[in-house]
Design a protein around this ligand. Structure first.
Ligand SMILES: [Fe+2]
Length: 339
C-alpha cells in the first residue's frame, strides 16, 4: 500500500481510501455516469467526482461515451488508474451525468420465466445497467398462468444472483420482487403476495397490465391491494392499445391509489411509435411515476435507460422517475412529490 500512499498528494485522504477499499464499490449514494472519458480504456479505474464540497469516488465501469442528456453536471476532479495496484491521477474536465438509478422491473433471474436464460445473460444485463448508473435492480419474474413462479423460487434465485455478482464484482444490488398478472392476484395467498412485493417491503407490488383489452378486474385489484396496505404499480400500460387510444383512462386507477411504470423502450422508440406517443401523453397528464427497463435479455428486450432519459428532456422529471420514486418504493417509503 505504500506505493499508493506516496502517489497521493493534495487528495491523499480520498486516494488512500480508494486504495484501501478498492474501486469495486462506489462509496457514495449518488454515483455518476462520466461522459467523454475516452482516454480510459483500461478495465479498473476510479474517478474522483466533485459534487458540491465533496469528492466522490466512482467506478469507471460507469464511464461511457454515450451522448445523453446531462442532468446535474458535475466536474471530475481527477481520474485514478488503480490497475495492478498502481495509482496514477489524471486531471481533466469531463461531463458527469449524476444519477443513482433503480430499475424496478427486470427479468434478470435465469430460467424462471421468459427473461434471461443463463447466468451469462444476467451478468450482461447487470453490467450494462451498472454502466448506465443503475445501483439496484429489482428482480421481477412473471407470476401468471404460464409462469407460476413461487416466492421461494424467486428468493433463492435472487440470493444466488447476489452471491454471483459479489464474486464477479458486479456493482449492482439485486433485490426481490415479481410482476404479478392482474388476473392472477386472486390465486396468491396473502403471505406469498407480500414476499412478491418490490424489494420485499410489503408496500408496493408490480402488477402486470395486459397487452390487449382493458383489464376488467383492475378496479377490484387496486381495491384489494390497497385494503392490504399494498400500493399497486401498474407495469407498462402504455403498451396496451386501449391505453394508447385513450391514455386518460388511467386517471381513475391513479386516483384510486395505483402508480404507473412505463418501459424505457417505449419512450425511446424501440417498441414503435404507438407506445412512445402513449408515454408522452401519459407524462403530460402526470400519470407516470417510474421508468424501468423490463429487460428480458438479448432475445426479447435488452436493458437500457439512458436513451429514454434523454427522450424525456427534463432532468428533474427523469431523476424523479428513475431515482426519486423507485428509491422510495424499494425503501417502502412514501412517494416524493413530482418536480
Ligand atoms: Fe415484465
Amino acid at each position: 500500500m505504500d506505493h499508493v500512499r506516496s502517489a497521493a498528494t493534495d487528495d491523499a485522504r480520498e486516494l488512500t481510501d480508494l486504495a484501501r477499499h478498492g474501486p469495486t464499490r462506489p462509496s457514495c449514494s449518488d454515483p455518476a455516469l462520466v461522459l467523454g472519458a475516452t482516454l480510459l480504456s483500461v478495465a479498473r479505474h476510479v474517478a474522483l467526482v466533485r459534487t458540491g464540497d465533496d469528492n466522490v469516488p466512482i467506478s469507471l465501469s460507469l464511464v461511457t461515451d454515450q451522448r445523453v442528456h446531462a442532468a446535474g453536471n458535475a466536474s471530475v476532479k481527477c481520474v485514478c488508474d488503480v490497475k495492478d495496484g498502481r495509482l496514477n491521477k489524471r486531471r481533466g474536465h469531463y461531463s458527469v451525468y449524476r444519477h443513482n438509478m433503480i430499475d424496478l422491473h427486470c427479468h434478470i433471474l435465469p430460467g424462471l420465466d421468459d427473461g434471461v436464460r443463463t447466468l451469462t445473460e444476467a451478468r450482461a444485463i447487470a453490467r450494462r445497467e451498472a454502466g448506465e448508473g443503475v445501483t439496484v435492480i429489482v428482480a421481477t419474474p412473471h407470476v401468471r398462468d404460464d409462469y407460476p413462479t413461487m416466492a421461494e423460487q424467486m428468493e433463492s434465485a435472487v440470493a444466488a444472483l447476489r452471491n454471483d455478482f459479489a464474486i464477479e464484482g458486479i456493482q449492482v444490488d439485486v433485490v426481490p420482487g415479481a410482476e404479478v398478472d392482474v388476473s392472477f392476484l386472486w390465486q396468491i395467498p396473502p403471505k406469498e403476495l407480500t414476499r412478491f412485493t418490490l424489494a420485499g417491503t410489503g408496500h408496493y407490488l408490480l402488477v402486470e397490465f395486459p397487452y390487449w383489452g382493458w383489464p376488467a378486474a383492475l378496479d377490484l385489484a387496486i381495491s384489494l391491494l390497497r385494503g392490504r396496505g399494498i400500493c399497486p404499480v401498474l407495469a407498462h400500460p402504455e403498451r396496451n392499445p386501449e391505453v394508447q387510444d385513450q391514455p386518460d383512462r388511467l386517471t381513475a386507477a391513479v386516483e384510486s391509489g395505483a402508480l404507473v411504470q412505463v418501459t424505457a423502450a417505449s419512450l425511446d422508440g424501440r417498441l414503435g411509435p404507438a407506445p412512445r406517443l402513449a408515454v408522452e401523453k401519459l407524462l403530460s397528464l402526470g400519470l407516470v411515476h417510474a421508468l424501468a427497463t423490463d429487460a428480458h435479455g438479448p432475445h426479447v428486450r435488452d436493458a437500457g435507460l439512458v436513451s429514454a432519459i434523454a427522450a424525456i428532456g427534463d432532468p428533474s422529471l427523469a431523476r424523479w422517475l428513475t431515482t426519486g420514486v423507485p428509491g422510495a418504493i424499494v425503501s417502502g417509503d412514501s412517494i416524493p412529490a413530482r418536480p
